[in-house]
Design a protein around this ligand. Sequence first.
Ligand code: UDP
Length: 477
Amino acid sequence: GSSDINLRAFVDEHHFLFVTFTAQGHINPFLQFAKRLIGMGVHVTLATSVYMHRCMNKTTPITGLTFATFSDGFDDGFKPKGDANPKYEEYMSELKRRGSEYLAHLISSAKEEGRSPFTCVVHTPLLEWAAEVARGLHLPTAMLWVQPATLFDILYYYFKDDKYIKNKLMNQKENPSGLIELPGLPPLSTRELPSFLVSPPEAYSFILPGLEEQFKWLLQQPNSKSVVLVNTFQELEPQALPPLDCNDIDMIAIGPLFLSAGKDPSDKASPREEYIEWLDSKAESSVIYVSFGSMCVLSKRQMGEIARGLLGSGRPFLWVVREREGQGEEEDELREYRKELVEKGKIVGWCKQVEVLSHSSVGCFVTHCGWNSSVESLASGVPMVGFPQWADQNTNGKLIEDVWKIGVRVRVNNERVLESEEIRRCLDVVMGSGEKGEELRRNAKEWRELAVKAVNQGGSSDINLRAFLDEVGARTS
Ligand code: UDP
């Protein structure tokens, strides 16, 4: 229709500036979002650190994406371990200092005809300084939230008033059931809250104060609502977008971004990976895919239990075992199992997960429930066995099992180890012929359809994204 033509005309003039925090789980949705926008005719420049840019160069390049890199002072990567290195807090403040300076320079020096070529700045959580710089230069901003909307809401209530979570965690009397009830969200047990609210990890102690500052900033914008774009879709979290009593934030579901990103032309040219050919040789829905994301490190004992669980399952498996830098054969947790593992399944150091999950041979995903992995699995119609570790993963696991009903969570023993027998039990539930498995597989297929519908033309995420672009266009024209 004619409105489409109008839209295209101004989309051509859009130039988004992305500013990303240096973590893989943040970068991936940004790259997917960039692909999506570029596909719509929007220009995208991604500002990130020298180190992160180098890491991204290893992945498939995105046609049309421009990079702007700055030094955060750690061009060879920031390694928190060891006495000689500064803490994350110091890293974050250095990132803020250098990043703000660079961004201000980038935006003002790129002026064309007296006006910045950028039309909007989109940043990751914990980088409110990027939004601060942009607002100072009169550019609209949005944060891209890379976890479920439910998690955003939990944090919103946590910072809003101690009565919601803090007091309940401290005072058993106020909370005899042990459940945390928040408006619009399913009741959560303590262990289903984001782990850093319950027991802040030492190495990542900057996260909670960082998020507090971020939320304060979002809620204190004069004369305008803060915009939070979320990598989820309306139908998946209808109650959580936005928190029920919040009028200061516009939460806009535009995901799943990996689905709407579509394939890059250069993807098609690359040869088929060996593990994909291996998947081709397996029966439909017969393979267990196992991966715990880009960060999580499991103990040797835990790796052994998983190895025995998989070997005992009698099913083929594809397991991502990340090789750690400088790791010799001596430190190989799987040394005693390698031979048998390679005979019965496939071990890879890294894979194209989205491609693996969409392969018809994959029947189950054993996952740490990171948000990207969860949403990729859900939108590929693959049921899950959840083994959450920390951060948002416990909450995601709850949603997967009890709200969306597309998987089961494992039970760990008293030493918090997932035993091989338990893995086999869960795999039998999800992949076996029982009623529960059938229900999970049916639900997963239904969610996949809803996810695809949401990102297709006229779907909820598609409409939301176009309306957002419209709004930005109106503010910058
Ligand atoms: N991933 C991948 N190949 C792998 C393992 C992971 O491409 O072998 C990708 C996966 O598709 C997802 C991201 O890495 O997009 C992991 O993000 P997630 O939020 O699940 O976990 P995190 O790494 O942040 O713990």
